[in-house]
Structure formats: C-alpha cells, structure tokens
Design a protein around this ligand. Sequence first.
Ligand code: AMP
Length: 211
Amino acid sequence: MNLILFGAPGAGKGTQSELLIKRDTMTQISTGDLFRAAIKNQTELGKKAQAFMDKGELVPDSIVIGMVEEVLSKGNSSFILDGFPRTVPQAEALDQLLQKLHLKVDKAIFLEVPNRILMGRLTGRRVCKTCATVYHIESKPSKVEGVCDKCGGAVVQRNDDKEEVIGNRLKAYEEFTMPLKNYYKKTGQYAEVDGNRDTEEVYKSIKALMN
Ligand code: AMP
C-alpha cells in the first residue's frame, strides 16, 4: 500500500506518517524533511531550497521532482509521500515517474483542518534540531522547555513556523496545493479524513481507508 498524505501546513501529515512508520512499517518520504536535512548538511540542494523555504514559498517543481525521483528510484515498499506532490505539475510528474518505476499510489488522502486551527498548530510547533522530534508548546511540550526528551538536543521553532512566514505558506497551499483535490478526484485516488480530531482518531480513519 502506497499513500500520498496531503493537506495544509500543520494538518498533521508528519504526525500521522510517524504513526504509520511505527505501527505499519511504512516508509516516509517527506520532501520538507529532505530539504531540512540538505540545509543542515549545507549541500547545493539545501542552499537552493533554503531561500524559498525561509520565505514560506514553494521550492520550484524541477528541484523537488528531481529529488523525489532520486529517492523513489532506490526502491521503497509501502511508502507515504508526505508533502509531495504539492502542485498539479508535481502530481503529473509523479504519475509519470511511478509508471516508469512500475509503482502505484493507492490513495491520496487529504487531511482536512480549518485555517483557524492551523495557525495555532504552526505557531506552537517546536522541533528538535538534532533528531527532528516534533513538539507543541501546548498539546505536546517537551518535559524540559527547549530540551528534547529523546536525545537532549535543542528544541526550537522552525524559521518557517514564525507568524510572518506562515501567511505565505498558507497562501501557497491555497493557490497550488488545493487544486490537487480535484486532480485526485479525477484519478479516483482521492480520499478525505477529518484532521481536526485527536491524533488516534485521525489514525483510525486513515487505517480504515487502507483496509
Ligand atoms: P513541510 O515540512 O512539508 O511543511 O515543508 C516545508 C517547506 O519545504 C515548504 O514550505 C516548502 O518551502 C518546501 N517544500 C516541501 N515540500 C515541497 C514540495 N513538494 N514542493 C515545493 N516545496 C516544498
């Protein structure tokens, strides 16, 4: 079973992917995480991506598609595409790539969360600089403020989770990612899950769709 998880920033794609990895031995392919790793390692790809990410803009399609092609070509069983595709041209390129690799995506699951909820999720999100564990200042704080429970690393706010950047990310989502709903309705892969619920409830709905 291969899945696409899509939705607004803060909709819970990463959180649900984490559960699917742990409980269902799936592999996560998160373009956001791949870019953050590239930035941390100061690679050419990271340098190119950072300028866009810091402004809350999407990284150009050609860069993202090339990166995903590299990852998918290595072979993955039961993968979750988290945060990719984010534009219709990316979805079209993905379809071509999957065909070439004799792979298929079974479902494109849209996590629906109202805008007023997204803002609180994003501004309160904190991330471990070392191991990338995600926290939230209200709903999932680290035991000691600023220190990761798992590895002791520094827990910080992502640059693009700052209020002034979030507006741009939500705008990019509405303009470029929302049209994917129709794209996947047409292909018959579309499914929708109410993401404005407890993490476990959302997970159960995703599992129900997978069975
Ligand atoms: P995320 O962690 O998924 O919220 O992604 C963080 C940032 O990485 C986004 O705001 C974009 O700048 C960039 N990014 C991640 N995935 C994509 C994608 N599929 N297309 C374009 N930009 C992306």
